[in-house]
Design a protein around this ligand. Sequence first.
Ligand code: GDD
Ligand code: MN
Length: 382
Amino acid sequence: MNKVSSCELSVVIPTYNEAENIQILLGRLSEVLRDIDYEVIVVDDDSPDLTWQLVELAQQTNSRFRIIRRIGSKGLSSAVITGLVAANGRCMAVMDSDLQHDEKILPDLLEQVQRGSDICVGSREAPGGSYGNWSATRKLVSFTAKGLAQQLIGTSVSDPMSGFFAISRNYFDSTIDRVNPTGFKILLEFVARGKTPNTTEVGYTFRTRLHGETKLNATVIVEYLLALIDLRFGWLIPNQFVKFGIVGLTGSMVNFMGFALILGLGASVPWAVIAGVELAIVWTYFANNKFTFTPFTFKGKDFFLGFGLYQIVCCYGLVVQLSVVSTLLQHFPSMGERLLSLYFIYLIGVAFAAVGNYFLHQYYTWNRLGFTVLKPQRTVIV
Ligand code: GDD
Ligand code: MN
């Protein structure tokens, strides 16, 4: 069932520590959108600089402004989705709050959606658009990211990294249940998850940030690459398993280095093996806890509980690996005679153990026993 839309345009604006920008932006929006039946929904992740309070203040003079203050949640894409789900517009636009997106093209974005576009992208690459005065490095990063997205997803959108776009209610309703709410690349999710959308673009010049700081950092680049892999191959391999695999590979290196080091210190081979394995278990627990199984990360005293469970599952993995290898060797004894085929059998054992460990860690270690590791989440909608 479609939502009964009560206005022409909803503008969703995610904010985190944007106190110096938000009032200026809201003032500009009242001006630019004065002939449109609109609402503005600011989604703030409980900013320490009290951005949300400034929106509440602005609400007293313009009742079209709404604030969603999320407590215990963080993340750009998930903030945008929270805003879009709460929106009432027949068309919904998303834009940054830091004045880098040119609000003057909002009526054009709306018009394109009203004329039948599923998505209209505010683009720095389309005619009339530019990156403003970006450094060569940032241009190169953006160029590479854009090329990767276009190749992997096959989209024709000229600026797939844009955080500035409008989407029709129909297209949103038909795509939203497939969208992955993590990361910085929400437009890509809408472009690549549904049926191929009918897209248009409007050029604009990306302005320089005058106040506050960007939240984009190196981890965003890693997240972006993982998101692309997920968009392209997610039907085959879950993104979390890709992360688990990456951690596993680094674990093998730690395992080997630990083995070599302890052996070098004069220990016997069995002790060096045990030391290598244990070091790898400790390292991969840290890495999986921080990187792979978020948001179920074990913190505080739960951290040690998590480690205990992890250690148990890893022992089980070891048993699986040993059983697979010995069963295969029993059935195909000749494969044990050549080093290459022995490696092959060993890798099959690793694969079985990895898949088994993954599911156990996912459902048991990080998310099963009823130990609540997530802070209760609360959302305040005004
Ligand atoms: N609620 C919420 N939660 N808002 C956030 C969060 C968060 O965790 N992180 C960032 N924001 C808000 C910021 O306050 C800002 O309004 C907007 O999201 C964009 O954040 P910036 O930190 O200014 O990002 P940027 O300018 O580096 O990145 C922009 O350009 C990228 C492409 O070059 C964004 O438009 C991205 O979406 C875009 O991919
Ligand atoms: Mn910005």
